[in-house]
Design a binder for this molecule. Structure first.
Ligand code: 6PG
Length: 469
């Protein structure tokens, strides 16, 4: 009898194909399944040795080829397709088998599926996978949550295929239920914030300092050698160098300024609102994708309003301010996302360790950055830290860069260059670090028009006043 395969993967799109080849590279045998015959054949060819990587369009053949307990991962688009795949599998799999959703599923869907499948004895868990196609092939960051027993069965495979940071695998069990999908959702919210920030800084360098694409490339490359070292800064530096395959000049200058989204950034913002945790750097990044989509209206409005003549800044001065401001805003964006995770962990009972999350984000994922090593240390020192801004090891980093953020935000405002994520990060910082905010007036207003009552600074109790008209 043929030897059964170690690992099964459903969905042989770009991510699935790369992930399964990665599994095979690491010495495990793997079997793929997809309804699309072309994808199945492509994998069979690319895998080379069918005893190591094989694939079929038929679910029953697929399931029968796997060793027990079966370890099956789905890498299919989030939503109804996941439910359809589960229903298709159920007649063929048994209690004790392990089913993993590796897509960007909404966390409450994962909770619902886990409850449904655990009744049937199936170990189900959601595992966020980050790093795009290259990451899936060479080493992604993997964020599993849900059935601990189920995870234990795939742990050796996940640890082998994941990215490594100084030899440590970028995967760890994060917590029960939908912890893995939730962490991946917030990862994507942070991703939106960092992407927005890197694009704003490009705008100010170009408009305020007339940076050419070559200069932008050099600037971002230099930054990537320093404390801003990160995947997003690195790829942005490369983007400025890319020639246009369909014309003269650089490709970046021909790309339509309308950004699309699949929804994970929006979910992060929506859920942060539900939890009552402020993440304005992420919120504005979602809004900017929405504003960008209104291209035709923006073109009309541009013709109606004058904007200030940009007062050019010295290149060296602008470059220094930008580096410091970007570092400041990166810190604030991670701080907001991790604050949300800490709160969600309590609210949903995930009991996640923030240091572990920061640790598995240090390599492989889209938001990997040098800064994450410092963040990991900060949360190792104090696991109950409510916000990174309260960490003793971050005070000096923030103090020494906030001034540049102020100058750049003021410069953008004076010159009509929108820097929304940078200014939201600064405003968040100013508000979060204010022991006294003007919300006393809001309480007075609420009590004035709606008798909503208020509390006082000088004594305990709930008060209401008949405000004099
Ligand atoms: C990753 C990414 C990925 C995400 C894309 C697209 O970690 O590899 O987060 O999962 O799907 O970045 O996201 P948007 O289409 O919403 O920009």
């Amino acid at each position: 009898m043929k030897k059964a395969y170690d690992f099964g993967l459903i969905g042989l799109g770009v991510m699935g194909r790369n992930f399964i080849l990665n599994v095979a590279d690491n010495g495990f045998t793997a079997y793929g399944n997809d309804l699309d015959e072309e994808k199945v054949n492509a994998l069979r060819e690319e895998g080379g040795d069918l005893d190591k990587v094989n694939a079929t369009t038929d679910v029953a053949t697929f399931v029968a080829a796997l060793s027990k307990p079966r370890k099956i991962m789905m890498l299919v688009p989030a939503g109804k397709i996941v439910d359809a795949v589960i229903e298709g599998l159920l007649p063929h799999i048994d209690a004790g088998d392990i089913l993993i959703d590796g897509g960007n599923s909404f966390f409450t869907d994962t909770d619902r599926r886990e409850a449904y499948l655990s009744e049937k004895g199936i170990h189900f868990f959601g595992a966020g996978v980050s790093g795009g196609a290259k990451g899936a092939r060479k080493g992604p960051s993997i964020m599993p949550g849900g059935s601990k027993e189920g995870y234990a069965a795939v742990q050796p495979i996940f640890e082998a295929v994941s990215a490594k940071y100084k030899g440590e695998p970028c995967v760890a069990y994060l917590g029960p239920k939908s912890a893995g999908n939730y962490v991946k959702m917030v990862h994507n919210g942070i991703e939106y914030g960092l992407m927005q920030l890197t694009s704003e800084i490009y705008d100010v360098l170009k408009k305020g300092g007339d940076f050419s694409n070559d200069e932008l490339h050099r600037t971002y490359s230099n930054w990537n050698e320093g404390r801003l070292q990160s995947f997003l800064v690195e790829i942005t530096s490369e983007i400025f160098e890319q020639e246009d395959p369909l014309g003269d000049g650089r490709l970046v200058d021909q790309i339509l300024d309308k950004a699309k989204q699949k929804g994970t950034g929006k979910w992060t913002s929506q859920n942060a609102m539900d939890l009552g945790i402020p993440v304005p750097s992420i919120d504005i990044a979602v809004s900017m994708r929405e504003i960008s989509a209104l291209k035709e209206e923006r073109v009309r409005a541009d013709a109606l309003y004058d904007r200030p003549q940009v007062k050019k800044m010295d290149k060296k001065v602008l470059e220094k301010l930008s580096e410091e401001a970007l570092y400041f805003a990166f810190i604030i964006t991670y701080a907001q996302g991790l604050h949300q995770l800490a709160d969600a962990s309590k609210e949903y009972g995930y009991d996640v360790d923030i240091a572990t999350i920061a640790k598995i984000w240090r390599a492989g994922c889209i938001i990997r950055a040098g800064l994450l090593a410092d963040i990991t240390e900060a949360f190792k020192e104090d696991a109950s830290l409510p916000n990174l801004l309260l960490s003793p090891s971050f005070i000096e980093k923030v103090r020494s860069t906030v001034g540049a953020a102020r100058k750049l935000v003021a410069y953008g405002a004076e010159n009509g260059i929108p820097l929304p994520a940078l200014s939201n990060s600064l405003t968040y910082f100013d508000a979060y670090t204010s022991s006294r905010l003007p919300l006393n007036v809001i309480q007075a207003q609420r009590d004035y028009f709606g008798s909503h009552t208020y509390e006082r600074l000088d004594r305990e109790g709930i008060f209401h006043t008949e405000w004099e008209a």
